[in-house]
Write a protein of this length. Structure first.
Length: 284
């Protein structure tokens, strides 16, 4: 496995692989790799001939007051995980490589970035789409792999790639969960033992949503009320939002119809946790 720290070096490695007819896969990450990331890497290794994992804590997607400085950066442990998972190259640039000067060009995806997390993290998605556009330009993958846990991010990036005619496929892989249902996240390590126990209520609230839809309840306000009741059972949980939206437009809906996304964001101690499920009411 090669480790590239410059744009020039990763382009050289990918160029050599492409000249040999290899299909290039990219798994963009901010490091602190866990089993969720490993599932993305495994999907990439299965589908592609040459897999690149980028490890870059992107400063432009953190909003003021967030955990940029504290965000875990265990690079050596991450490299070991990548090596064991069959990664061909890791791209681990410095911020100066990606943003060598004042960045004046940004990628904005409208409408899809306004609801859900966009309400609470102004500028976040502009940072995500811009860095992904940069990574796609640098690595030039045939396929890029993202996780369903960050559903809004995945939908936004898919739309960016389509709207800008980017020559790659975006693959969304299922959320990986702990035995109690908690979505695996790098930020879970911020939680105390008691907070970690409370965090399980996030997925329980989503399960309640699915149960109610399966039972034929279509009023999204009724469903959201019951989801909030579950979250409020844990005193450490501070609800940011509980939303049921159209799975494509991410707009709020009053009644369940077709494919919907139920999404939750909460604060628990120092951690902000998000989770979601997709439910296709047309397949009940």
């Amino acid at each position: 496995m090669e480790v590239a720290k410059t744009i020039e070096s990763i382009r050289r490695l990918v160029g050599t692989a492409r000249s040999r007819g290899k299909k290039i896969g990219l798994v963009p990450t901010m490091g602190a790799l866990h089993i969720g990331h490993i599932s993305l890497i495994e999907a990439a290794v299965k589908e592609c001939d040459f897999v690149v994992v980028s490890i870059f804590v992107n400063p432009t997607q953190f909003v003021p007051g967030e955990d940029l400085e504290k965000y875990p950066r265990p690079l050596e442990a991450d490299l070991k995980i990548c090596r064991n998972a069959g990664v061909d190259a890791v791209f681990a640039p410095t911020p100066e490589q990606i943003y060598p000067g004042e960045n004046l060009t940004w990628v904005n995806v409208e409408k899809l970035t306004e609801p859900l997390c966009g309400q609470f993290r102004p500028g976040h998605f502009r940072g995500v789409t811009t860095v992904c556009a940069k990574l796609f330009n640098i690595v030039a993958p045939d396929i890029a792999f993202f996780g369903q846990k960050d559903a809004q991010q995945a939908i936004v990036i898919k739309r960016m790639a389509a709207d800008l005619n980017m020559p790659l496929e975006i693959v969304i892989c299922p959320t990986v969960r702990e035995p109690d249902g908690l979505a695996v996240s790098s930020r879970n390590q911020y939680l105390t033992a008691e907070q970690r126990k409370d965090a399980a209520y996030v997925y329980k609230s989503l399960q309640k949503c699915r149960q109610m839809i399966d039972a034929g309840i279509a009023d999204t306000r009724k469903i959201a009320v019951e989801m909030r009741k579950i979250l409020q059972q844990a005193s450490s949980i501070k609800i940011e939002y509980v939303s049921i939206v159209d799975a494509e437009t991410l707009q709020n809906i009053d009644r369940i119809a077709g494919k919907v996304l139920a999404a939750v964001a909460v604060g628990i101690g120092p951690a902000r946790l998000i989770d979601n499920i997709l439910v296709d009411a047309g397949k009940q």
